[in-house]
Design a binder for this molecule. Structure first.
Ligand code: SF4
Length: 176
């Protein structure tokens, strides 16, 4: 199953790369920026959580210990929004194994009713030049029309071709 999921991810990443290219004039993502991983719930399906953990087990022991400690702390505090425990020194420790929501971080898309903006617009980053903070209006000429929400992506025709059994979707921390 993880092999099929990897094939799906390859196709999905190709599509996302095209979206990032098309939207490049509004995108300020760069190495070392981790705004999207600092506050969130990070919905992950069971399949994605398994894939993430297949990357986690390959990490050096000291990084694994650090992540375990972060998870333990989060489980005690149980916050709704939190910094992802896999974010180590402003970098994703499991980048190649990150979830679908992580891959769509930074893009704006139309959900059928309104434009969904990335969290970092509030930090003056992606799409901030077409976003009016006072009125909440977005002046985006070409918005992505695909609904980039995890449940839509996992139920899409593209995902069906790979016969993925994704299982339940939970906030990342609820998988531990
Ligand atoms: S898994 Fe990696 S990319 Fe996804 S939220 Fe956590 S640190 Fe960010």
């Amino acid at each position: 199953m993880l092999e099929r999921y990897e094939h799906f991810l390859k196709k999905f990443d190709e599509k996302l790369n095209k979206y990032f290219e098309e939207q490049c004039e509004f995108i300020k993502c760069k190495e070392g920026c981790s705004a999207c991983c600092e506050v969130g719930e990070y919905p992950f399906s069971r399949l994605e959580a398994e894939y993430l953990m297949s990357g986690f087990i390959k990490l050096p022991n000291e990084i694994k210990a650090q992540i375990r400690e972060e998870i333990k702390q989060l489980k005690c505090e149980n916050p709704k929004m939190y910094k992802c425990p896999f974010l180590i020194e402003n970098k994703c420790a499991v980048y190649s194994y990150r979830g679908i929501v992580c891959r769509t971080h930074g893009l704006a898309w139309f959900d059928g009713e309104k434009i969904q903006l990335p969290y970092c617009v509030n930090k003056g980053l992606n799409y901030s030049k077409v976003f009016d903070r006072e009125t909440g209006e977005v002046f985006l000429p070409n918005v992505i029309q695909e609904q980039l929400r995890i449940d839509n992506i996992l139920r899409s025709c593209d995902a069906e071709k790979f016969e993925l059994e994704c299982g339940e979707i939970r906030p990342l921390i609820k998988w531990f």
